[in-house]
Design a protein around this ligand. Structure first.
Ligand SMILES: NC(=O)c1ccc[n+]([C@@H]2O[C@H](COP(=O)([O-])OP(=O)(O)OC[C@H]3O[C@@H](n4cnc5c(N)ncnc54)[C@H](O)[C@@H]3O)[C@@H](O)[C@H]2O)c1
Ligand SMILES: [Zn+2]
Length: 401
């Protein structure tokens, strides 16, 4: 049955701006945090990004333990190691520092530590039984929006697929978005995570409308479909990506563009984590699991192909997206919907994202296995503006091959 209302989730508090990471110090004092576990990785230790977080917590009066074995697209084994570290330290606050990978690890650790479970207990919708200990998420990429989202994604290396959980209890209590922390991102990370943010915004604003969203009987859905508030957030995120994604990636000294992309990623995170993502994400999860490409690269590669498939169902929105991404109509009229696909292809090319599955190590014979795995993620199909069957998905993969 379709919904007659929408509801909007956000982190408890969102702080944004250069230097905001220093605010951890008064927060630690105000909330009386005594034992802080930082969940991060070696790159962020080396880039001294995690150290700035550590120093702020210490000056706020907390003892700090650091789990620095986070990894990109983290596995269940890494989540077990992070949980073991939490169990031996017994923190009263968990602070994720990193890209979406470390933030998701921190979310998983907070849930499993608080509820004495195993990392795999929280896959699927609404599996966290209640609130977790205080969770702070500090992004160092401008991409995933995990700092504001209700999602947590790990990699099941056995099944070779990305696997996720959604729960309101995964939304951090504090999201501290300090754009300066993204400045040390390598160019490829900035490109991959930046196009992930654009994908989130485009999927959020083209999902089924909330009052048209049909959930099969007996099922529940983590997302509400599109409504005015998320559409406004997604529109702003798309406009920012149109203006700032390319300079943020191509010019390492363009800090204004990088600041704007940090904002776009957070806005897109608030949009998608309420309205939902759809076929691009359903199709990326198997590709990421089998090809070990980054989430952003897989999404960016697939995005124009899925947009092309969805074009007929959302012509008006796609023609607006084209304009927001800087396309011009020849005759002063509105852009065509097709120009949105052209715009994303142009941006994808300019920031160095591959446009063919074969170019990132995929083999033709894998396309059926990708399709079978994607078809299992039906909860994202419900949100797609156009219904898709096995043949449709296989055809999109073949076109993208
Ligand atoms: N929870 C959500 O809502 C959500 C949404 C989208 C994606 N994701 C997940 O997030 C992950 C991808 O996250 P990502 O794109 O942010 O990349 P990432 O976290 O995987 O980071 C990629 C690499 O960049 C390095 N890095 C990150 N920030 C850096 C910095 N400032 N300086 C130097 N190196 C830096 C990391 O150490 C890592 O090696 C995937 O697992 C994806 O499935 C989660
Ligand atoms: Zn994503």
């Amino acid at each position: 049955m379709a919904k007659s209302f929408w509801s909007f989730g956000a982190p408890g508090q969102l702080m944004f701006g250069r230097g905001t990471v220093s605010q951890l110090s008064p927060l630690a004092g105000r909330f009386g945090w005594r034992r802080a576990l930082i969940v991060t990785d070696r790159n962020l230790m080396e880039a001294a990004v995690a150290t700035s977080v550590q120093n702020a917590l210490i000056s706020g009066g907390a003892a700090v333990e650091v789990f620095s074995d986070g990894e990109a697209e983290p596995s269940i084994a890494t989540a077990e190691a992070s949980l073991a570290c939490a169990r031996s330290f017994s923190p009263d606050v968990i602070v994720g520092v990193g890209g979406g990978s470390n933030l998701d690890l921190a979310k998983n650790t907070a849930a499993a530590f608080t509820h004495q479970g195993h990392p795999t207990d929280y896959f699927g919708f609404d599996k966290v039984p209640g609130p977790t200990l205080p969770l702070v998420c500090i992004p160092t990429t401008a991409g995933t929006g995990s700092e504001v989202s209700n999602s947590m994604v790990l990699t099941d290396t056995g099944q070779q697929v990305k696997i996720s959980g959604q729960s309101e209890f995964f939304r951090p209590d504090w999201a501290i978005v300090d754009p300066e922390l993204t400045y040390s991102c390598p160019r490829q990370v900035a490109a991959d995570s930046g196009i992930d943010a654009l994908t989130h915004a485009i999927e959020a604003i083209t999902t089924v409308d909330y009052d048209q969203l049909e959930i099969p009987a007996g099922e529940t859905c983590a997302y509400d479909g599109r409504y005015e508030l998320t559409a406004a957030l997604a529109e702003r995120a798309i406009r920012i990506c149109g203006e700032h994604l390319e300079p943020a990636v191509l010019d390492k000294n363009n800090y204004t563009a990088k600041d704007q992309m940090a904002l776009a990623a957070t806005l897109a995170g608030m949009a998608f984590s309420n309205s939902g993502v759809a076929l691009v994400h359903a199709m990326e999860y198997p590709m990421g699991g089998e090809l070990h490409c980054s989430h952003g690269l897989g999404n960016g590669l697939l995005l124009p192909y899925v947009m092309q498939f969805n074009l007929e169902s959302r012509r008006d929105t796609f023609s607006k997206i084209a304009g927001w991404l800087g396309e011009q109509a020849d005759d002063g009229q509105e852009c065509s919907a097709e120009q949105a696909v052209d715009a994303v292809k142009r941006i994808r090319k300019s920031i160095g994202i591959a446009d063919r599955i074969r170019d990132i190590g995929g083999k033709q014979e894998q396309l059926h296995s990708f399709t079978e795995k994607a078809m299992k993620i039906q909860r994202l199909f419900w949100l797609n503006p156009r219904s898709a069957n096995y043949d449709d998905i296989h055809k999109i993969y073949c076109t993208a091959f």
